[in-house]
Design a protein around this ligand. Structure first.
Ligand code: NAI
Length: 686
């Protein structure tokens, strides 16, 4: 790599062309993705100090990686920043470096292809101009709030004056990213062009540099000091709907920062650093950072094989099969979708079109995705498929008959995956000549929203088949979690006792809305009663019956009663709640209202106890994978870091005592699983 002064550069390359344009390329050493680690920022500081000695005609910053521009700051360094003073010093130094970049008198241009997130966008914002390549993978955003923090390299200072306050605050407070063309529309980039025009666009900007982008008067108006308090109040209210302050303080801190300092960029910059340093050391941020790594762990489970699927054949075009097929086509695979009649496939095709329109927006891309999805009543796609996903009725015989028919037609090395949620793989596989090729790919409903896929290994499933299935899951941008073929696998098994406890409470006469509020107060995204209504009470009943037949326990009569009277939940307009226009009608709850402590504990401890049982039985490999599965499969309060991390944080022995108390008070469904004793080693060791 380049030498600047006496210092050898590890991550950056600098080339000056005949027109005296300096091209500075970030190629983060020994990694496939660029991040702004402390060493990258340090080198950047040295390079910028050197550049100013012999100023070029312009400076262009670009990525040397195919994967994208810059993914953000180096999250792996955040753990070491849990001392507030150290964090503040580091953030201020990085701000200084970007300030230096911003102060250059010659044009500075960031050329962005692929993701440009967090610190990466903050670096681009410190350049005078930005050009984005107009491809689907280009996304620009400041997703820090999702990690329990907020921008710290000047993003909250530089974004509002560029794109307008409301747009900027929306991006920062939700963490949502925008495409290249949307970035152009809001003024975040100067050009959005195809890859072949990027260099031309650079020359055009240098030849006739436009004035600094400034939003229209009306977009700047909300930043006026007299209007800020009103907007701040509105923003707080809006954020509170999804993220209560005591669980997610960072968006509120950001609103305060803007409210008090938006008139004074210099102070705001310093306060941004101070506030971020405070956020970084908080438990909720450290837990959300942990969740980020758990996500990487799951992504890693999909690596280690060179299996590449191109053609997928899905059998069963119902709720699940139809949506799985659409998702695979959206992710670029060729998909054939089989069902018994064209009429059974038609609704799935309609839903697919809606999904493509929502996600891809551009008519050409929507059409291409739609062309990749083929209705196939005759099952012609079986022969050429690399992956076959069966999602037909939950019926052992019907599934077995299908397998016998398709096995002789399957390509060698092709995967046979079932989406069954309750039938043991061993029973399904008995009809196969080669039972080692059957694997479970258990998607969750709705497929497009639920990131997790349980990759189920039966007794006979070959390890390589499991690896391939995990790789396929990663390829379609879902998170694979390896689980053993046991009733309910991991997620439903752990979720069900939690839901059933809520139903028992309804039977005791506790108001559903109060039960839900107890779970919301814990940090769940939706209460258990509303969740059961949303999943469908008939589906809950069927899963609860299967689980209780294998694992014991009683299915509450209240649930049976609801189902037998046709009150199936949201889909039938009434379950535990009544639904109007798709929304549950419930009395308004005050989150500050003191609920009996047992309410929350009864729900959570059923879930924790089942988690301990799953670990004891080896349903998942370890506590981290369990935490990841439950967070991504059920939405378990992410800022708590997962059920096992929660137990660790609260103290294992204290939690065991509490469980014993619940058993004495509420009976044997709270009997401590033996898994808790093994947890002593696992939790202390981790
Ligand atoms: P569904 O009833 O909506 O769809 C099943 C489809 O399979 C129907 O369109 C039917 O015509 C078709 N089918 C039945 N036999 C067939 C055959 N021999 N050849 C071709 N097509 C056939 O069912 P759903 O809910 O989509 O469930 C499918 C599978 O996914 C089941 O194994 C279920 O346990 C599992 N699952 C369901 C979830 C859910 O929330 N609905 C969640 C996760 C897994």
């Amino acid at each position: 790599m380049d030498k600047v002064g006496d210092q050898q550069m590890k991550h950056w390359r600098l080339e000056v062309d005949d027109e005296n344009i300096a091209w500075l390329t970030l190629d983060y050493a020994d990694a496939s993705t660029n991040v702004l680690s402390s060493s990258v920022m340090e080198e950047l500081g040295v390079i910028l100090a050197d550049i100013i000695q012999t100023p070029p005609a312009a400076l262009v910053i670009q990525s040397g990686k195919k994967s994208g521009f810059i993914a953000g700051a180096d999250v792996s360094e955040f753990g070491s920043l849990c001392d507030g003073d150290r964090a503040f010093k580091y953030i201020r130094e990085s701000q200084e470096t970007l300030y230096q970049l911003e102060s250059f008198h010659f044009p500075t241009i960031a050329v962005i292809s692929g993701f440009c997130m967090g610190g990466g966008l903050e670096l681009a914002l410190a350049c005078r101009y930005r050009i984005a390549e107009d491809i689907p993978s280009t996304r620009l955003g400041l997703p820090e709030v999702r990690l329990g923090i907020h921008p710290g390299f000047g993003g909250s200072v530089r974004l509002p004056p560029l794109v307008g306050t409301v747009t900027a605050m929306d991006m920062i407070l939700t963490g949502r990213s925008v495409s290249a063309s949307a970035a152009r529309k809001i003024g975040l980039v100067n050009y959005s062009v195809p890859g072949r025009h990027l260099v031309n666009a650079v020359h055009k900007l240098i030849a006739s540099p436009p004035k600094k982008q400034k939003p229209a008067f009306l977009k700047r108006l909300p930043s006026h000091r007299l209007i800020r308090p009103l907007l701040a109040k509105y923003l707080r209210k809006k954020v509170a709907v999804k993220a209560p302050e005591h669980h997610y303080p960072s968006p509120y801190a950001l609103i305060d920062l803007w409210l008090h300092h938006a008139d004074d960029p210099e102070t705001m910059m310093e306060e941004e650093a101070r506030s971020l340093a405070r956020m970084l050391v908080r438990e909720s941020a450290q837990n959300l950072i942990r969740v980020f790594f758990l996500q990487s762990t799951l992504k890693g489970l999909g690596k280690g094989t060179d299996f590449k699927a191109k053609n997928v054949h899905v059998i069963g075009a119902g709720t699940m099969g139809g949506d799985i097929a659409a998702w695979c086509a959206l992710r670029g695979l060729n998909v054939s979708l089989q069902d018994r009649t064209p009429e059974s496939i038609a609704p799935a095709m309609k839903r697919a079109y809606k999904l493509f329109k929502k996600k891809l927006k551009k008519p050409r891309l929507v059409q291409e995705a739609f062309d990749r999805l083929m209705p196939d009543t005759q099952g012609l796609g079986v022969k050429r498929a690399d992956v076959i996903i069966e999602a037909i009725f939950e019926d052992l015989k019907v599934k077995q008959e299908l397998y016998q028919k398709i096995e002789p037609q399957m390509k060698e090395g092709a995967l046979l995956a079932t989406n069954t949620s309750s039938i043991p793989l061993e029973e399904l596989a008995v009809v196969l000549k080669d039972p080692s090729r059957l694997v479970g790919l258990h998607f969750f409903n709705p497929v497009a929203m639920m990131q997790l896929v349980e990759v189920v290994k039966g007794k006979d499933t070959d390890d390589e088949v499991v690896r391939k299935a995990a790789a396929f899951t990663g390829k379609i941008n879902r998170l694979p979690l390896r689980v053993k073929s046991t009733p309910g696998f991991l997620v439903n098994r752990i979720l069900m006792p939690y839901l059933m406890e809520a139903v028992v409470m309804v039977g005791e006469g506790i108001e559903p809305a109060r039960i839900d509020q107890a779970a919301l107060n814990f940090g769940m995204p939706m209460g258990p009663i509303e969740l059961a209504d949303t999943v469908g009470l008939d589906i809950c009943l069927s899963v609860a019956e299967i689980l209780s037949s294998h694992l014991g326990g009683k299915v509450p009569d209240v649930l049976r009663d609801r189902v037998s009277t046709g009150n199936l939940g949201k889909k039938s307009g009434r379950g535990f709640y009544e639904y109007r226009k798709g929304k549950a009608v419930k009395p308004k709850q005050d989150s500050n209202d003191r609920l009996p402590e047992d309410l929350q504990d009864r729900l959570i401890f059923r879930l924790l106890n089942e988690s301990a049982a799953c670990l004891r039985e080896g349903v998942v490999e370890d506590t981290d994978q369990l935490d990841a599965g439950i967070i991504f499969g059920t939405g378990f309060a992410p800022f708590r870091g997962g059920p096992m991390h929660y137990v660790k944080a609260k103290g294992l022995e204290d939690q065991i005592k509490r469980l014993e108390f619940l058993e004495q008070t509420y009976g044997e469904r709270f009997r401590k699983d033996e898994g808790w004793d093994q947890l002593r080693d696992q939790i202390i060791e981790s």
